[in-house]
Design a protein around this ligand. Sequence first.
Ligand code: FPP
Length: 253
Amino acid sequence: MSFKLPFFKTKQKSEKDTPTIEHVPRHVAIIMDGNGRWAKNRGLPRIAGHKEGMDVIKDIAKAASDSGVEILTLYAFSTENWKRPNAEVDFILRLPKEFLHHYLPDLMRHNVKIETIGNLDVLPEHTKEAVAYAKAQTENNDGLLLNFALNYGSRFEIMDAMKRVMQDVDALKLSIDALDESLFSKYLYTDGLTDPDLLIRTSGEQRLSNFLLWQSAYTEFWFTDVLWPDFNEDIFKNALHDYQQRKRRYGGI
Ligand code: FPP
């Protein structure tokens, strides 16, 4: 990991709250919004925005990795996105394969590990195969964890977790008294991952849209009007820098 970015200042004795290298968010989550508007502004079909947005991912993954971020979770396809026209859904669900076809060798070189959260069962075979291949190829990498949220919805995730908790209670594998926040978290897709420290949403919208509702209880939010296809490494670094100025209190003082 290199820490050559100028905003990772070393703490001086006199600067009590100056951000240090330890302030790099371990887990950054991004709602990549604005692809459709980006395309519309250029008189292009919406899918052109998704295609452009796909290419931005590799730049931000590299920036995250270079900055010392450990986990980058990207909201690529939500459980609500099925409401879009079939052709658009079909196009978005082909992007993982295209992305991996173009960038997997580069991701391997950068020691990136690919993971997913979401219900993959109902995705097209070609999407599942591409993702399974990338996971298998990168499973021993221990650099940045690039985590795609695919067919992900927080309410479904929490409800599904609750069902499995109840099944385990019924099967006497779990005592209801043993259930606490930490144990419940193990039933979520994000089991084993730290909660996001920083959540970025592009395109001027300021809502969570069913993304990581449980996990973002103490997450710092950062919003920009920039549309996702125009998002770049410098803007990402601005978000990290902004995060480094914040003081997280987790309900304390
Ligand atoms: C939101 O913009 C974007 C999406 C629903 C799709 C995001 C997908 C990508 C950026 C590419 C995914 C690539 C891989 C490798 C998984 P929008 O269409 O809602 O934009 P709008 O609000 O301007 O209409």
